[in-house]
Design a protein around this ligand. Sequence first.
Ligand code: GDP
Length: 296
Amino acid sequence: MLDNLTQRLAKVVKTMRGQARLTEDNISEMLREVRLALLEADVALPVVKDFIAKVREKAVGQDVIGSLTPGQALVGVVHRELTELMGGAQATLNLATQPPAIILMAGLQGAGKTTTVGKLAKMLREKQKKKVLTVSCDVYRPAAIDQLQAVSQQAGAEFFPSTVAQKPIDIANAAIDHARRHYFDVLLVDTAGRLAIDEAMMEEIKALHAAVKPIETLFVVDAMLGQDAVNTARAFNEALPLTGVVLTKLDGDARGGAALSVRHVTGKPIKFTGVGEKLTGLDEFYPDRMASRILG
Ligand code: GDP
């Protein structure tokens, strides 16, 4: 087991107990430990560098109050800064539009999009009493359409059928029409992902986005991707006006560094985290808890 950051810093700063201020000198060595801790938590390197620079700026000259050691004071600064960078307060879904509120899911294959549609459908139905319709625009994998049908059924949401012979935009338009005519509050649109970033996929989802004009465009990303989450996030953020992020598979041993990286690269709030394969495994995102997880 790795020591947590507080313990690691305590080792570094044994010699500087009693110093009343965080100075360039006493924090340099500690910042090396912070940098290592962030890299171990899978935060991407360029993000770590920016972050350390910010913390250095904030920390230098701060008084070490009361019984705190310089290490504890620095952990406090790091924790606050991480929390702030990940959005400070919690971000929620925006459904304030003429119904149906359309939510478009984007992300690589395997990220957890279909599962997340099921989870969101369940949450919106049970907690907000919304009438929810789902549709799959994945015309490459018939199994993906069947999977969405199964999770929608489990979630108690209505599923709008589609086939691989149709065009994604036609499917989406037909689903919107159905949702309007039957007074659905929310339409969740699942999309095709590829195994890696791919131009054709990006063009398709851009066109789909332009056609359906969703109020929420959620980028779904696997927290286990770690350092690679950055490239994926950058590509989707450049292609689409994302409104939020869902970070999945946080029930595994991912340390959560992807949360900071994705937030840094996209500037978009993380709205939910996936914490299991079951449809109950969706949590709202709490930046302060994630900061603690990243710091170990
Ligand atoms: P999609 O290709 O983006 O639609 O991804 P899927 O929804 O099919 O998910 C891919 C795999 O990841 C499936 O086996 C899911 O059960 C699993 N999965 C999705 N979200 C989570 C999560 O939060 N935790 C865990 N452990 N597994 C997840």
